[in-house]
Design a binder for this molecule. Structure first.
Ligand code: HEC
Length: 123
C-alpha cells in the first residue's frame, strides 16, 4: 500500500485544484473592464448607476433593486463578493436575472462584475 500513498495525495491535490472555483474576494478586480462589461450586459436592466432604472429594468416585475441603497435579496445589507458572483453566475430563478455563466464564460470577468456591483453601494 505504501508506494501508492504519494500518488493518492497527488491525485487529491490535482482534483481539488481543478475543481476549485476562483476566489473572487482575493482576486484583484479590473474595474475598467467591469464597467465596460456592465455597460454591455447589465445596464439595460440595472441602469448605469445600478439603480434598477435601465430602459428594460423599469418595467420588470420584480424590478432590479437599487444596488446603492436597497438591501440585497441575497446577502441583505452586506452582500459578499461570493454571494454576488453566485447570482451573476447562476441567476435568480423566477426573475429576469438569468444565469450569466454561458454569456460571460470568463470567471474573472464575473468576479470583476461582482466587485463593480459593490462599488455602487452607499451604505
Ligand atoms: C434582463 C434584465 C437583467 C439583466 C440583463 C441583468 N439583471 Fe441582474 N437582476 C435583474 C433582476 C430582475 C434581478 C432581481 C431583482 C430582485 O428580485 O431584487 C436582478 C438581480 C441581480 C443581483 C442580485 C441582487 C440582490 O438583490 O441580491 C445582482 C448582483 C445582479 N442582478 C447583477 C447583474 C449583473 C452584474 C448583470 C450583468 C452581467 C445583470 N445583473 C444583468 C435583472 C437583470
Amino acid at each position: 500500500m505504501k508506494p501508492l500513498a504519494p500518488l493518492c495525495i497527488l491525485g487529491l491535490l490535482f482534483s481539488s485544484t481543478a475543481l476549485a472555483a476562483l476566489d473572487c474576494k482575493a482576486y484583484r478586480p479590473d474595474l475598467v473592464r467591469a464597467k465596460n462589461s456592465f455597460a454591455t450586459n447589465c445596464v439595460s436592466c440595472h441602469g448605469v448607476n445600478g439603480d434598477g432604472n435601465g430602459p428594460a429594468g423599469q418595467y420588470l416585475v420584480p424590478k432590479p433593486r437599487n444596488f446603492a441603497v436597497d438591501d440585497f435579496r441575497v446577502g441583505g445589507k452586506k452582500p459578499t463578493i461570493a454571494q454576488i458572483v453566485g447570482v451573476i453566475t447562476n441567476g435568480l430563478p423566477g426573475t429576469a436575472m438569468v444565469p450569466f455563466s454561458g454569456q460571460i464564460k470568463d470567471e474573472k470577468e464575473r468576479c470583476d462584475l461582482a466587485h463593480y456591483v459593490l462599488t455602487f453601494r452607499k451604505k
